[in-house]
Design a protein around this ligand. Structure first.
Ligand code: COA
Length: 163
């Protein structure tokens, strides 16, 4: 399948909103005690054979870039990897030294996915979800495989020259 990656345009916003609802059940996400309105963030849309099937959203913060969301509707075709590369390229182009992201302790596939792509686990924010639920009470108590969602796992990719 042919993968194409395009920056989100203003005309994509309705699709972005619908995709986030479909994939994540919400357009709002919390990380490190901050609530993000993800359909207003910059990012990239990934398509498979011309059909939009994936989305990454990002947030610049000085010389750091947070990957706020990453979802694909079709797994195992390389789309998530391509979107992650596009996000890291975006961060580099904006002078960032580091890209980072949060996933939760229940999300083993994501932990494997990031680790296999050179991202490093740099922090475990124990019990961070208690704080997150104050901002977004609809976060479920149980996640993948019924595992309690309690901790934020922080991954990073260093973006030094030549990486
Ligand atoms: C995590 C996620 C974004 C990965 O997206 P994806 O499109 O499946 O990613 P890829 O296809 O690039 O890679 C996934 C796996 O398929 C494999 N793969 C890649 N291309 C492939 C292909 N053409 N054929 C078969 N397998 C392939 C990869 O090796 C990878 O396996 P690995 O991680 O064990 O090495 C996706 O699974 C997802 O949306 N998950 C739910 C949301 C989520 O958890 N997001 C992250 C939270 S922070």
């Amino acid at each position: 399948m042919a993968i194409t990656i395009q920056p989100i345009e203003a005309s994509d916003q309705e699709w972005v909103r619908g995709f986030l609802w479909q994939q994540a059940g919400n357009t709002r996400m919390v990380s490190r005690g901050r609530l993000h309105q993800c359909d207003e963030l910059p990012g990239f849309i990934g398509s498979l054979d011309g059909q939009r099937a994936g989305l990454v959203t990002v947030r610049l913060d000085g010389r750091n870039c947070e990957i706020v969301t990453l979802h694909t509707a079709v797994h195992g075709q390389g789309l998530g990897s391509a979107l992650l590369v596009a996000a890291a390229d975006y961060a580099r182009q904006h002078g960032c030294q580091r890209a980072w992201l949060i996933t939760t302790n229940d999300n083993e596939p994501a932990i494997r996915f990031y680790t296999n792509r050179g991202w490093r686990l740099t922090a475990v924010h124990k019990n961070a979800l208690a704080q997150s639920r104050l901002l977004k009470p609809e976060i479920p108590l149980l996640g993948l495989d019924g595992v309690p969602i309690e901790d934020e796992l922080e991954f990073e990719l260093r973006l030094e020259e030549g990486d």
